[in-house]
Design a protein around this ligand. Structure first.
Ligand code: UDP
Length: 460
């Protein structure tokens, strides 16, 4: 391919939007990070900004530029030979923070060289700490997007300094002890990543902290009434940088009806609040014995369930072949297993009465926005602190426990589903749903935060 043709192929959907200020967004290529960044892009597009997304060519997301005809896309490419050889998520993000400096610099230089749209700012995921130096080099303001909530971000940033207190062999710290300055979280709620080195994790978190402090502003996919104390702490920690909590992002946008997905004809046949929705997000994996415990726990509970099992989610399996012979036939109409579900729309369906979740932040906020109580089984990263907030601060869910065991699963499903009529958990989650609805309406905290963000970007 000629250089020109290659350039053309890479700059998909080039838009000329005269007079509009351009906002460049650069997501981390995991669905749980890309989706909220794309939602933010849609929100800013609706405020008359021209949107350019820099995306990484990788198998890690299902981001299709053709699904976003209003945006311009620029792609950058890592060294696939090197990225394919790394072991875990943290190591991969660490490597990309090093590898992508030159490609991002080149891409931003090209965008700066185009005179048609003035660049308002570069919004990058908090994990892309290297992008601060690139933004500085071109005199562009970098705004950090933390796709998760504020409390978990504070816990995450506190981790490197707290590490010696709870991982050294001589450590006397009880894992049940509250964290200094973050009393809602315990040492055991701090983020962990399966089998990844503490050194990589702490180095990455320290760099995120330093470069967020050097940024021009921070955006959170959360809202004031959900985390007032953490928001205040964050203001103190990052002062004088402005902070814009303008979530829940997806509530600023209309639902996309998905009438043809098989989940909906099945859900339509179920009574209100009768179904448990089960999904562990886009990254978590299960061992075959854990998968079986879940299957039997669900089967033994008396409730209908809709269960998302991603292909290859169970180690060594393509999809459902580890289920016992005849399992699905035995369930009949009571259970539906799918490879993917339009989750926002599923959670909004009147038949849903509970959500068994891994407590990824997107799942958590989507659930509370629909008034659906949660059964929490956090797996890694910030999921443990999210689960702690769900069960002990907002008190809109119950914790499953550390182990997947069919008897416990059955018992906890029954406990959660008993709440859905008139329980205290149900009342609290409905109250939060109302707060989430209110905050994005005119005069609400997220509505105002968005207005302030727009002004901030415009006042270059
Ligand atoms: N999701 C979905 N359908 C699925 C599984 C996941 O729509 O079958 C979406 C879900 O709505 C959420 C995101 O994928 O927006 C998962 O993000 P989360 O932060 O909950 O978890 P992660 O995948 O990052 O662990």
């Amino acid at each position: 391919m000629s250089v020109k043709a290659e350039q053309k192929a890479r700059n998909i959907g080039e838009k000329k939007e005269e007079g509009k200020m351009r906002v460049i967004l650069f997501p981390v290529p995991f669905e749980g990070h890309t989706n909220p960044m794309l939602h933010l892009a849609q929100i800013l597009y609706s405020k008359a900004f021209s949107i350019t997304i820099i995306h990484i060519i990788t198998h890690l997301t299902s981001l299709h530029p053709s699904n976003h005809p209003n945006f311009t896309f620029r792609s950058i490419e890592p060294d696939h030979a090197e990225t394919c050889s790394v072991g875990g998520v943290i190591e991969l993000i660490t490597l990309l923070n090093r590898q992508l400096i030159e490609p991002l610099r080149k891409c931003v230089a090209e965008l700066v060289g185009e005179v048609d749209n003035e660049i308002g700012c570069l919004i990058t995921d908090a994990h892309w700490h290297f992008s601060q130096d690139v933004a500085n080099e071109f005199g562009i303001r970098r705004i950090v997007l933390r796709t998760a909530n504020i409390s978990a971000f504070l816990g995450m940033l506190a981790l490197p300094a707290l590490r010696p207190f709870y991982t050294l062999p001589s450590s006397e710290t009880n894992l049940e002890d509250p964290l200094p300055n973050l009393p809602h979280l315990r040492f055991k709620d701090l983020p962990t990543m399966n089998n990844e080195s503490h050194h990589f994790i702490d180095q990455l978190l320290t760099s995120i902290f330093i470069q967020t402090k050097s940024s021009s502003a921070i955006i959170f996919n959360s809202f004031h009434d959900l985390e007032p104390d953490s928001l205040l702490k964050c203001h103190h920690l990052f002062s004088p940088i402005p902070i814009f909590p303008l979530g829940p992002f997806h509530k600023h946008l209309p639902l996309t009806p998905q009438p043809h997905h098989p989940s909906f004809s099945w859900l339509n046949s179920k009574p209100p609040r009768s179904v448990l929705y089960v999904s562990f997000g886009t990254l978590a994996t299960l061992q075959p014995h854990e998968f079986l415990e879940i299957a039997w726990g669900l089967a033994n509970s008396t409730h209908p369930f809709l269960w998302v099992v991603r292909p290859a989610m169970v180690s060594g399996s393509e999809w459902l072949e580890r289920l016992p012979e005849g399992f699905e036939e035995m369930l009949g109409e009571r259970g539906l297993i799918v490879k993917w579900a339009p989750q926002r729309e599923v959670l909004a369906h009147p038949a849903i009465g509970g959500f068994w979740t891994h407590c990824g932040w997107n799942s958590t906020i989507e659930s509370l926005c629909e008034g659906v109580p949660m059964l929490c089984y956090p797996c890694f990263g910030d999921q443990k602190s999210n689960a702690r907030y769900v069960t002990h601060v907002w008190r809109i869910g119950v914790m499953l426990g550390d182990k997947l065991e069919r008897g416990v699963i059955e018992k906890m499903i029954m406990k959660l589903m008993a709440e859905r009529e008139d329980g205290e958990i149900m009342k609290r989650v409905m109250d939060l749903k109302e707060k989430a609805d209110t905050c994005i309406k005119e005069g609400g905290s997220s509505f105002n935060s968005l207005k302030n963000l727009v002004n901030f970007i415009l006042q270059k």
